[in-house]
Write a new protein. Structure first.
Length: 166
């Protein structure tokens, strides 16, 4: 858990550095929009995309271990779409899309499909909580929309599917 916190602290620091670096662009550079100078918004986008990357790796490993089983096979595609939607937010602002900070060694293995489904329940709840904690920010409308869509899918679709199989 402390390793995850360390990664999240690193993400926040990276967001601040990127924000400060872009806010000082000279007149020959493409400036970052004013709302993106808010490092909290950038940190939120960073944390969200990293959590989606993590979910992709977890679900991919489950598929590797147990085959193309439901609901993992279905939800895996959704997780990719979630990270792609977040990536488009970075691209729309002229920012580089973050690469995954997660490695396979950090991703748990499960002894049964039931155990994997239980972990999926936890992962989807935690994912929804990540988005929830940022709704109090003055999020740009496109960021808010992606966050709301990703959170809704986690709570209304993925969580329910994992609850049924656990």
């Amino acid at each position: 858990m402390s390793e995850v916190r360390s990664k999240m602290s690193t993400l926040t620091l990276m967001a601040l550095v990127v924000s400060i670096g872009f806010s000082g662009c000279d007149s020959d550079s493409t400036p970052v929009s004013p709302e993106m100078q808010d490092s909290a918004v950038l940190a939120a986008m960073e944390e969200a995309i990293q959590d989606e990357y993590k979910a992709e790796l977890i679900y991919e490993k489950v598929i590797d271990d147990f085959g193309s089983v439901r609901p993992f096979a279905n939800i895996m595609g959704a997780e990719v779409r979630h990270s792609q939607a977040l990536a488009r937010l970075f691209e729309a602002r002229g920012l580089p899309v973050p690469t995954s900070l997660w490695s396979e060694q950090e991703i748990p293995r499960f002894s049964s499909l039931t155990e994997a489904c239980q972990a999926g329940v936890t992962a989807e709840i935690e994912n929804a909580e990540i988005y929830e904690k940022y709704f109090g920010l003055d999020l740009p409308s496109d960021v808010r929309m992606v966050f709301e869509n990703n959170q809704r899918a986690s709570l209304e679709n993925h969580l329910r599917a994992f609850q049924r199989c656990s």
